[in-house]
Design a protein around this ligand. Structure first.
Ligand code: FAD
Ligand code: EPU
Length: 337
């Protein structure tokens, strides 16, 4: 392991932020990972585990050790008549794995088609789309506990998965490197068309492969490809508010989309950002080169390949204007470094 020093991270984050890393050292094995972590520890530097870089905002240069995690492999742990249980290494590309599982006749991931990034990052924010979250198929997570240095297995319950949240963003933040993800997939098709935009795209008898194709089609219309237009998907989370606040908002804004969520309400942040006038708008002055995507107001784009601090200034203007108009706080979805 010979870490490179002063390395550009621009090609390693989908917002194309031109930040640099003090050191970068890819890990192709657990031994590499342990060595890279030891290298950081010896120098008292922070480390940043990197997957596809599709859910991070680099606010400046990273004065530490960036470790692209490239562990590969898909192992079938158990196969029964109706289901399989798999262990998937953190460095596998998520969407390649979705395609592979569908080709094997293993179902449950079709709604999660075409999400960028790697398998190891999927539990971090409990990836979700079109009515399905990772939590519906995840069985366990294996990784290194950085406090003890020991390998540790967490059950699904241990992971505390919730909407765009998990223990890896809470108590185990910066303390746990996920090396393998355990998933249970069904060999029996059981499609989920609960999301209206998806139901409108296919008929009720659609196969999992057809559902996957429909999800890809809807996503292609709404979400820009980072290769063409740098972005990190939804920049803000859909806010969750009390039923009292939801009642008040509904009265004033009857067209605001909202959904019941564990006794509270989840609001469409895209609608709030659009109504506040940001859809299709570009930043001005200092924030020129950053903007909001025309087809989906939750997607912040960075065509100017601007530094992260400008992105964050632009985002805070949006947060302030949404708060001024609706008294709702928008939280940033990607992890900010
Ligand atoms: P990275 O950006 O590399 O990392 C994200 C965070 O996880 C960082 O803090 C990193 O340190 C940490 N991390 C990564 N791997 C590990 C590991 N092995 N162990 C410990 N920590 C780790 N998300 C959704 O949920 N639903 C969507 O529909 C969706 N659509 C998107 C569409 C577009 C166009 C884009 C660009 C993004 C979208 N996202 C979506 C967000 C993103 O794809 C997911 O969050 C994805 O899981 C991030 O994976 P990554 O490998 O790129 O993570
Ligand atoms: N909406 C608007 N204006 C907009 C965008 C959306 O009014 O500009 C309204 C839509 O009309 C719809 C509602 O908001 O009524 C929801 O829109 P959409 O179906 O596009 O989904 P979303 O809530 O904006 C979420 C996820 C996406 C995920 C899709 C599909 C979050 C933060 N985002 O977006 O995830 O792909 O649902 O399930 O939960 C991501 O996390 O990066 C991401 C892309």
């Amino acid at each position: 392991m010979t870490p490179q020093s002063d390395v550009s991270l621009q090609a390693l984050n989908t917002l194309a932020v031109p930040a640099r890393a003090r050191y970068l050292t890819p890990a192709n094995s657990i031994e590499d990972l342990r060595e890279a972590l030891a290298f950081a520890r010896e120098r008292a530097l922070p480390s940043l585990i990197l997957g596809g870089g599709s859910n991070i905002v680099l606010s400046g240069d990273f004065d530490g050790v960036v470790i692209p995690l490239q562990l590969r492999g898909i192992t079938c742990l158990t196969e029964q008549e109706d289901w399989v249980e798999l262990s998937v290494a953190a460095g596998e590309n998520w969407d390649d794995f979705v395609r592979y599982s569908l080709a094997q006749g293993w179902f449950g991931l079709e709604n999660l088609s075409a999400i960028p990034g790697n398998v190891g990052a999927a539990p971090i924010q409990n990836i979700g789309a079109y009515g399905v979250e990772l939590s519906s198929v995840l069985t366990s997570v294996v990784g290194l506990d950085l406090e003890t240095g020991a390998e540790r297995r967490l059950s699904r319950e241990d992971c505390e998965l919730a909407y765009r949240d998990s223990i890896f963003k809470g108590a185990l933040r910066d303390r746990f490197v996920i090396t393998e993800v355990g998933l249970k997939l069904s060999k029996v098709a059981n499609t989920n068309l609960s999301y209206p935009a998806l139901a409108a795209e296919v008929d009720a008898s659609a196969s999992p492969q057809e559902v996957s194709a429909a999800v890809r089609a809807v996503r292609a219309r709404k979400l820009p490809s980072p290769a063409e237009l740098p972005n990190a998907g939804s920049f803000f989370k859909n806010p969750i508010v009390s039923s009292e606040q939801a009642d008040t908002l509904r009265e004033i804004h009857p067209t605001l989309p909202m959904w019941p969520h564990n006794g509270q309400y989840k609001l469409a942040a895209g609608w709030l950002v659009e109504q506040a006038g940001w859809r299709g708008r570009s930043g001005e002055g200092e924030q020129a080169g950053v903007g909001i995507f025309r087809e989906q107001a939750l997607v912040l784009i960075n065509p100017g390949r601007c530094p992260g601090r400008r992105i964050l200034q632009f985002a805070s203007e949006i947060q302030a204007s949404v708060h001024a108009q609706f008294s709702v706080n928008l939280d940033i979805e990607p992890r900010v470094y």
